[in-house]
Design a protein around this ligand. Structure first.
Ligand SMILES: NC(=O)c1ccc[n+]([C@@H]2O[C@H](COP(=O)([O-])OP(=O)(O)OC[C@H]3O[C@@H](n4cnc5c(N)ncnc54)[C@H](O)[C@@H]3O)[C@@H](O)[C@H]2O)c1
Length: 254
């Protein structure tokens, strides 16, 4: 799909992988709506990036706010791409020193990562479905899971469950949306140096990056954005979850 002039909704677009996607799509000629929390630096980022970008304070778990973000994007053109990057991390053991995993924390992670992703997917799909068909396509929805969907670590039951849910919904969503000529593709990043890892100690980060086979380093947000743009442009990519991880396969604790 030629994304020139299309509107791309990027959730979590004020930081990390989402911000890199915002910059990449903008550079490729798209217009972008950054949908991120009001507490994020999204407004400043949009002002800095200038024409073709707007920020709309959005909680991805809210139907009204996601709809308002898409409505705001109408001034830029036709929505054809949604990139789901909003997400939260969590590190809590199933049974830890403080007792069993608090259900409220489990629900929070599922609510933002899984329900939020599906909320955006369903609402964006309806909106993209109203667009005119171009070259046999209407648009694409790109989700962000994680390698934790496959190789979840100690403390990652909630996070891994939320990301596993995103992987699981990819094929049925793509099948549901095929009649509308909308594709659904999920990217499962490995280790990327973003604010999401801000609370992980340097020593632990070094141990993690040492497990990456090749290239033996953290991924760069730009590399995630390159793939997101390619997914949008390549019409044959559909219903797939693509690991982007330098061949890392996280093992059990040593
Ligand atoms: N960084 C990594 O190594 C890595 C690895 C695998 C998967 N991921 C996934 O990639 C995505 C992006 O992560 P990142 O590393 O860029 O993190 P990040 O913390 O830099 O960015 C996440 C963004 O999501 C926003 N957000 C959080 N809750 C939200 C909500 N309810 N509504 C709207 N926005 C919300 C935050 O404000 C933030 O701007 C996440 O889904 C994360 O789970 C990241």
């Amino acid at each position: 799909m030629d994304i020139t002039g299309c509107v791309v909704l990027v959730t979590g677009g004020a930081s990390g992988l989402g911000l890199a996607a915002v910059q990449k799509f903008l550079g490729a000629g798209a217009r972008v709506v950054i949908a991120d929390l009001p507490s994020s630096p999204g407004a400043d980022i949009a002002a800095e990036l200038g024409e073709g970008v707007i920020f709309k304070a959005t909680d991805v778990t809210s139907e009204a706010q996601v709809t308002a973000a898409m409505d705001a994007g109408r001034e830029l053109g036709t929505l054809r791409v949604a990139v789901n990057c909003a997400g939260v991390s969590s590190a809590v053991k199933t049974v830890g020193k403080g007792g069993p995993f608090p259900l409220a924390e489990f629900s929070r992670v599922i609510q933002v990562n899984l329900v939020g992703t599906f909320n955006v997917l369903r609402l964006a799909a309806e909106r993209i479905g109203e667009a005119e068909e171009v070259d046999g396509e209407r648009g694409v929805i790109i989700n962000t899971a994680s390698i934790a969907a496959f190789d979840g670590q100690v403390g990652q039951t909630a996070y891994a469950a939320s990301k596993g849910g995103i992987v699981g919904m990819t094929l049925p969503a793509a099948r549901d949306l095929a009649p509308l000529k909308i594709r659904v593709v999920t990217i499962a990043p490995g280790l990327f140096r973003t604010p999401l890892l801000a609370n992980v100690p340097e020593k632990a980060l070094a141990a993690l990056s040492n497990q990456v086979a090749h290239p033996a380093r953290f991924g760069r947000p730009n590399e995630y954005a390159d793939l997101a743009l390619h997914v949008a442009e390549n019409a044959m990519l559909n219903a797939e979850t693509i690991r982007l991880d330098g061949a890392v396969r996280m093992g059990p604790p040593q």
